[in-house]
Design a protein around this ligand. Structure first.
Ligand code: HEM
Length: 418
């Protein structure tokens, strides 16, 4: 965004009546102009009610501490699909499927437990070698001195490979996973998806494909991949077809779009903050803390939604049973009361993991260590090849998603300078 556009965006955010603010407008995310709106809500109305929006009425929770209190109170704030699910859009046919991110206890807990072992440290350590090798191959294939789309050549490429590994998915068919991930969460009218029927129709292919793999794994000896784990676990081997589909969508989207957009967001952030880029090159030991900062800075899932199961007072506001409550992680991560200089990208923060991007409470991201490892390996390998500040240069405007959910990029033009 140019400085003039930023100034105009700020003027709008502060001049319109408070009750007309709709921070879920996807255009605010596409144009990256949402920040002054969040800033105003945090200051003037941190628990804000939007009466009219393309997603119906909803509450916005914008401050770090309030988001934590909603996210850790699952008895009042439900994630259940039948109550409305976890995104601001109620009727997204893919995300409304039963999946454990959209379940309350006790069902949530048993299904989460079934897949957790794959994300345990010792299993991740086993995967690191393969991730590194694939990262090296992807980086070695990049052109030098020519403009290319980092999103496609690096971020999508690497996360798709990773998903194929996690699912034990046929490697040569792995781009199917990217397609399923894209269409699960996109706004209608993007990615060639015009209607919910069309979305679900494409998903039937995913369901049929994954069911076939699941049945094959169920008959074979247990393997350390997600499908095999689900097929052999007491709590998940008899899932209904809808639950199976739902959990496939969850794992495909969870592992793909989020990490992908952090891979792109990091390159952009380093280019916007050249001093941080210099710090990184002078001291690559900062990579792990930079990875956490990238995830905070990017906040690839801008929000997660809950539904109130009872009337409840939050920050002096009366939330009614059945109301839609949106936790804006993107805003909480820029809350100056919780994070010092929250609007700056700083790669050597004292508490870099203190952010909301992975959520909190019982649904806290189960794949968070895997995502951090993928990003750490990417930056270790990138710096080995291109150790000078500014060598990975953003050479044009990023193209961002038209979405209040996935905060990410369709394209990021980059040139690697020799
Ligand atoms: C849950 C973010 C990477 C799988 C979540 C939640 C968030 C999130 C915000 C919901 C938290 C809540 O409701 O409180 C992210 C970000 C990632 C990332 C920012 C990368 C930077 C991954 C990866 C996987 C994954 C790599 C696995 C392949 C999941 C699953 C859940 C989840 C299965 C549901 C957990 C539950 O409901 O218990 N993630 N995620 N995520 N994530 Fe991630």
């Amino acid at each position: 965004m140019t400085q003039t556009a930023a100034a105009a965006g700020r003027a709008d955010a502060y001049s319109i009546p408070l009750d007309k603010i709709n921070v879920a407008d996807p255009a605010l995310f596409r144009d990256d102009t949402v920040w002054p709106y969040f800033e105003r809500l945090r200051k003037e109305d941190p628990i804000h009610y939007c009466k009219e929006s393309q997603y119906g009425p909803y509450w916005s929770v914008t401050k770090f501490k309030d988001i934590m209190s909603v996210d850790t109170n699952h008895k009042v704030f439900s994630a259940e699909a039948r109550d409305g699910g976890i995104t601001i859009l109620d009727n997204n046919a893919a995300v409304s499927l039963p999946m454990f991110i959209a379940m309350d206890p006790p069902k949530h807990d048993v299904q989460r437990k079934a897949v957790s072992p794959i994300f345990a440290q010792e299993n991740l350590a086993k995967l690191e070698g393969l991730i590194r090798q694939r990262t090296q191959n992807a980086l070695d294939a990049l052109p030098i001195g020519e403009t290319f789309n980092w999103v496609e050549r690096v971020s999508i490429n690497l996360t798709t490979q990773m998903l194929a590994t996690l699912f034990g998915f046929p490697f040569e068919e792995r781009t199917k996973l990217t397609r399923w991930s894209d269409i699960a969460t996109c706004e209608l009218g993007t990615f060639g998806i015009e209607t919910e029927e069309q979305r679900i129709k494409e998903f039937q292919e995913c369901g049929a494909y994954m069911s076939r793999l699941f049945n094959e794994r169920a008959k074979a000896d247990p393997q350390p991949d997600l499908l095999s784990m689900l097929a052999h676990s007491e709590s998940t081997r008899n899932m209904t077809p809808e639950e199976f589909m739902g959990n496939m969508v969850l794992l495909v989207v969870g592992g793909n779009d989020t990490t992908r957009n952090s891979m792109s967001g990091g390159v952009l952030a380093l280019n916007q903050y050249p001093e941080e880029y210099r710090k990184l090159c002078a001291n690559p030991a900062l990579i792990p803390s930079m990875v956490s900062e990238i995830i905070r800075w990017q906040t690839p899932l801008s929000h997660i939604r809950r539904t109130a199961l009872q009337d409840f007072e939050l920050g002096g506001k009366q939330i009614k049973k059945g109301d839609k409550v949106v936790m804006w992680y993107a805003s909480g991560n820029r809350d100056e009361e919780a994070i010092e200089n929250a609007n700056q990208f700083i790669i050597d923060r004292a508490n870099p993991r203190q952010h909301l991007s992975f959520g909190f409470g019982i649904h806290r991201c189960v794949g968070n260590r895997l995502a951090e490892m993928q990003l750490r390996v990417l930056w270790e390998e990138a710096l080995k090849r291109w150790p000078k500040p500014g060598q990975i240069e953003v050479v044009g405007e990023p193209q961002r998603y038209f979405s209040p959910l996935m905060r990410g990029f369709e394209a990021l033009p980059v040139r690697i300078n020799a």
